[in-house]
Design a protein around this ligand. Structure first.
Ligand code: BV8
Ligand code: ZN
Length: 245
């Protein structure tokens, strides 16, 4: 599953950068973005994850986020998250960038997680930008209002919204600087995050490795693909790096 080429390249790596997507949380039981479960299956997330949807029907959008928060509260990080947390200390430099909002990297012990799309466990006032954690601002029948009168929204990046500048700058710099870039569990369809693997390869000259059971939009330009579930691959990758050292 983990080739010698990959194990050797990683065992000598100076800087490993990782971009994760919804696929790394799939084995925890969190539906990927394109296969939402149950009652939400009839909704297109790209329709719900927008400011326009929130302004049009804040209660519907809050019920969707509330359902996802509840689902995430009842799942656990999987071996893939734990392996990524362990990889952090195995290289002179290790950068973990995620598109996910589920907080599972942090719950698995990853200390430096760069969230490009925010975090579902945080809420934010649309006027004064006050941030609320967890259910301090539990949505429900009525959209909660901040003491300043502003509406409170999930603190995630919706389609059509800018990514947090600091995190995107960090991720871009890491992509240029790294010598190995791992793109894990992402369909590579959401921009500008999907540009990071290309930047790593084209601007940084990194070895681009994909871990995904299905070919993603990036498949044609990766150097190596480990086409299996990340929860199985990542613990073995860890072992292969240790064995190669
Ligand atoms: C913006 C938070 C610009 C919300 C999310 C070009 C340049 C710039 C922008 C665009 C562009 N083209 C189009 C755009 C607009 C848009 C976009 O990219 N649209 C796409 C759909 C074409 N981008 C944006 O709107 C971004 N904003 O660019 O603003 C701007 C400029 C000026 C002024 C104003 C604005 C904002 C994008 C962020 C959207 N928010 N999330 C929430 O979660 O509620 S994105 C959301 O979808 C998720 O966070 C996630 O990141 C993304 C889904 O992607 P994946 O993570 O890849 O998940 P997916 O389900 O697609 O794939 C899962 C993969 O896992 C699959 O490949 C599967 O095979 C694999 N898998 C399954 N099981 C496993 C596995 N892999 C490993 N192991 C397994 N076991
Ligand atoms: Zn406020």
């Amino acid at each position: 599953m983990v080739s010698e080429i990959i194990a050797n390249k990683l065992s000598n790596a100076r800087h490993v950068a990782v971009l994760t997507g919804a696929g790394v949380s799939a084995e925890s039981g969190v539906p990927t973005f394109r296969d939402a479960g149950g009652l939400w299956a009839k909704y297109d997330p790209q329709q719900l994850a927008t400011e326009a949807a929130f302004r049009a029907d804040p209660d519907l959008v809050w019920r969707w986020y509330s359902w996802r928060r509840q689902l995430i509260a009842n799942v656990n990080p999987n071996p893939g998250h734990f392996a990524l947390a362990a990889l952090h200390d195995m290289f002179p430099r290790f950068s973990l960038v995620t598109q996910n909002v589920d907080n599972l990297h942090q719950r698995a012990g990853s200390r430096e997680v760069h969230e490009l799309h925010g975090n579902i466990e945080r809420s934010r006032c649309m006027i004064c930008e006050a941030v609320f954690h967890g259910d301090e601002a539990p949505p429900g029948e009525h959209v909660l209002q901040c003491s300043c009168g502003g509406a409170i929204r999930p603190d995630v990046v919706w389609f059509g919204e800018q990514l947090p500048e600091k995190e995107l700058r960090f991720a871009t710099e890491a992509a240029v600087d790294c010598d190995v870039f791992l793109t894990i569990g992402t369909s590579g369809q959401v921009y500008p995050a999907a540009q990071l693997p290309l930047i790593a390869k084209q601007q940084g000259g990194a070895m681009l490795i994909e871990i995904n059971p299905e070919p993603s939009a990036l498949a044609s330009m990766v150097d190596e693909c480990i086409c299996s579930p990340s929860g199985e691959v990542l613990p073995r990758l860890l072992d292969a790096i240790k064995a190669a050292r």
